[in-house]
Design a protein around this ligand. Sequence first.
Ligand SMILES: Cc1cc2nc3c(=O)[nH]c(=O)nc-3n(C[C@H](O)[C@H](O)[C@H](O)COP(=O)(O)OP(=O)(O)OC[C@H]3O[C@@H](n4cnc5c(N)ncnc54)[C@H](O)[C@@H]3O)c2cc1C
Length: 398
Amino acid sequence: MPKSEPILIVGGGLGGLTTALALARRGRAARVLEGAAEFGAIGYGIQFGPNVFHVFEHLGLMDQALAVADSPVAVLMLDALDGKELVRIATGASFRARFRYPYIVVHRIDLHNVLLDAARQSASIELVADAMVSGFEDRGEAVAVTTADGRTFSGAALVAADGFRSLFRQKLIGDGEPRQTGYVALRTIVPMAELQVKLPRDCVALWAGPGMHVVQYPLRHGTLFNIVAVFRTSTHAERGDVNSYRAELERTYRNAHPAMRELIAMMDLRWRRSVGDRDPVRHWHRGRIVLLGDAAHAPLQSLAQGAGMAIEDGLCLAEAIHAAGDDYPIAFARFEAARLLRTARVQLESRALWNFYHCDGIERDVRNATVAGWDEAHMFDCLAWLYDGAPFPGEIGR
Ligand SMILES: Cc1cc2nc3c(=O)[nH]c(=O)nc-3n(C[C@H](O)[C@H](O)[C@H](O)COP(=O)(O)OP(=O)(O)OC[C@H]3O[C@@H](n4cnc5c(N)ncnc54)[C@H](O)[C@@H]3O)c2cc1C
């Protein structure tokens, strides 16, 4: 197999595109196969800690990412029942001084477009939309895939960045359906000008309540407002109609703080998904095929780090391939070793945080009393393992 044969990347999400850009930076050709009719069509807000900027800086995309993002002044945790501020992580000057890079919120499409524009400018990256991969074969010296419409693509190796319901995970690991939490998530974006309710608009705020939470933050330089509502329901696996969803929301949030109820009244009920994650596993590769991002280690969204981990993976994997001189099994084993504990910790801490957000009764009282003693220095120390970024094999280190 000539070295010029591209590496196939299945999935053009944030993980897949970052991998393509990081490979191109090392002179390796990549062909990205995306199943959707266009790249990056899913659009809601997304949060990123400073750890992703270690990657964006290496890819020369810092300014482009910052230009489309908002930097909130703080990340808050509020009690969903009485509205009290429980935790404040200041994300201004002291945060920048400690973690070097900012905390950002961004419209997912806008960040996707930053990566896509860079990919389109690279002669080493081929982007193929409408290419839903349905089968594959590892031929030892190469990998071939077929798409649902009967096309065939081959490459030197294959990176499966095909997300939460990964076909490749099913074939390589075979651990069945994702673990369900019994919760659902709804997402909405409204114009900031239409927001009547009094609440912090320049922060990320998480309203934490028994069996429910809401996350809110500004987007597109304060012109839009992103709302995510998450709650436990016995109907999490079912599809209902808008009327049944509305009645369920009103029941679930009836004891919530009035400001939170006003947010809930604004929810668009057309996008509703059950929430789940994966158990950590030790191995994500076989032969010339490797899993990356959610396909390898999907967490719950409570730490807001799933896409952050996929982006970190992309640079780490490309560096491992480069350092191993295209010996893929060695590169993939080093990639796993470099990423396993960090991504598993994100999965496990996200679960712990999930319970912390949703506790009730005495547990809630204990939580609220405990966090009352947390100051900025404590919060920064708790987050350092994550926000200080990750070591990468090869040239990149800290
Ligand atoms: C409600 C919610 C809020 C979240 N908030 C945050 C947050 O604030 N911060 C954060 O970092 N993370 C967040 N996440 C997690 C984040 O969305 C995921 O971790 C991230 O999208 C994973 O990126 P990925 O590239 O691995 O996969 P994906 O983004 O899922 O991309 C996979 C791509 O593969 C394509 N694909 C799938 N199968 C095939 C196939 N067979 N052939 C070809 N293409 C295929 C898909 O169309 C898709 O484009 C959130 C998740 C949810 C549900």
